[in-house]
Design a protein around this ligand. Structure first.
Ligand code: IDP
Length: 142
């Protein structure tokens, strides 16, 4: 399986609940390494740029408001099959549909406040990583 990088964001709800450590533990225990981190507080406009692909969808404004409602932790995960593995650990977008034991099943409250973001493809991962990080910020273990 290829070694990949993917972008993970711990969203404002999970940062507010003090479960950063629990979420990172799940990544590390499943073979993903954290190779870059950045805690920040996005403006609504910055959240809108990050989620530009969803512009025009009915949930877009709520999503931008929520993502700018408090601090987030953006990080780059590296490991074999990182994109799909991260999505599996996250669970379904709607926590009511998330598999037991996933991050969203355990920490998400609603489809809006759903604890984490993860890139959905290697191509989008590269774009999303570049949104938050430069190469100098990343310390590969490879
Ligand atoms: P993902 O985070 O599981 O990749 P996306 O489809 O990329 O899901 O949507 C981005 C975010 O927008 C979701 O995490 C969720 O918070 C929000 N979202 C997606 N679909 C809906 C919806 O139908 N209603 C409300 N919010 C939604």
């Amino acid at each position: 399986m290829p070694v990949q990088r993917t972008l993970s964001i711990i969203k404002p709800d999970a940062v507010g609940k003090n479960v950063i450590g629990d979420i990172i533990r799940r990544f590390e225990e499943n073979g993903l390494s954290v190779i870059g981190t950045r805690m920040t507080h996005l403006s609504a406009a910055e959240a809108g740029r990050f989620y530009a692909v969803h512009e025009g969808r009915p949930f877009y404004n709520d999503l931008c408001a929520f993502m700018s409602s408090g601090p987030i932790l953006a990080m780059v995960l590296e490991g074999q099959n990182a994109v799909v593995l991260n999505r599996q650990l996250m669970g379904a977008t709607n926590p009511k549909e998330a598999e037991p034991g996933t991050i969203r099943a355990d920490h998400a409250d609603s489809i809006d406040a759903n604890a984490v973001h993860g890139s959905d493809s290697e191509e989008n991962a590269a774009i999303e990583i570049a949104f938050f990080f430069s190469d100098l910020d990343l310390q590969s273990r490879g």
